[in-house]
Design a binder for this molecule. Structure first.
Ligand code: ZN
Length: 212
């Protein structure tokens, strides 16, 4: 019950999620899409809107952000465990749907580090796809507002992952794709290719649901 409250409302608590320690707690989150170099007012506005989304608790609750964040972070943790490295745990901010996975993978070859970095957004987008496909399959049995809210939440997080990846590559920051970008173009191309299939499926099914 407490775990449910955490993944829906971000309530504080510590759990074991499929063999990985997970902690929902108040965290200082420094991630920002805005930067001083942006010249056009459109790009500034988009970045400010994105900042508002990632730092808003109500946005996280309304769009299922806490669950999405947990699945994203678990993607990193699970892949790290597959590569036989120690995962210290996942921390998720209770005041915004942002998280961090601590793991000991510094000695891994760079391509394996890129696989770990890609696994988070890949699992996050795939999870949104599963929600959309289930909603489409059950569309005869669920009301239009329910289908719409599932589709909107899942689509927002697919676009959020893409947006986050794009900004991170441009800024070469500490985000998943920023780290991948520091390893070279081949890593970025391979990681982008991996996200292409679930993104295409998700966007197609999502817009089909919204149009029904
Ligand atoms: Zn990540």
């Amino acid at each position: 019950m407490n775990f449910l409250k955490s993944i829906i409302y971000g309530s504080e608590g510590s759990y074991d999620f499929l063999g990985v320690p997970v902690k929902f707690e108040k965290m200082e989150t420094h991630y920002s899409f805005s930067n001083k170099q942006k010249k056009s007012s459109l790009s500034k506005s988009i970045a400010c809107l994105a900042d508002l989304c990632v730092t808003s608790k109500s946005f996280a609750i309304l769009t299922g952000g806490y669950t999405h964040c947990l699945i994203h972070e678990y993607g990193h943790a699970f892949t790290c465990k597959l590569l036989k490295r120690h995962v210290c745990g996942i921390r998720i901010s209770s005041n915004s749907a942002l998280g961090r996975t601590s793991m000991l993978c510094n000695t891994l070859p760079s391509y394996q580090k890129s696989i770990i970095d890609t696994a988070g957004p890949f699992l996050g987008i795939s999870y949104s796809c599963c929600k959309l496909i289930s909603a489409l399959a059950l569309k005869k049995y669920i009301s239009r507002p329910v289908a719409f809210s599932i589709a909107a939440g899942a689509l927002i997080w697919i676009l959020g992952e893409i947006f986050y990846a794009l900004f991170s590559v441009i800024k070469k920051d500490g985000g998943d794709f920023g780290q991948i970008a520091k390893r070279g173009k081949v890593h970025v191309i391979a990681a982008t290719g991996a996200l292409l299939v679930p993104t295409t499926i998700g966007l197609t099914v999502g817009f089909k649901l919204l149009m029904k």
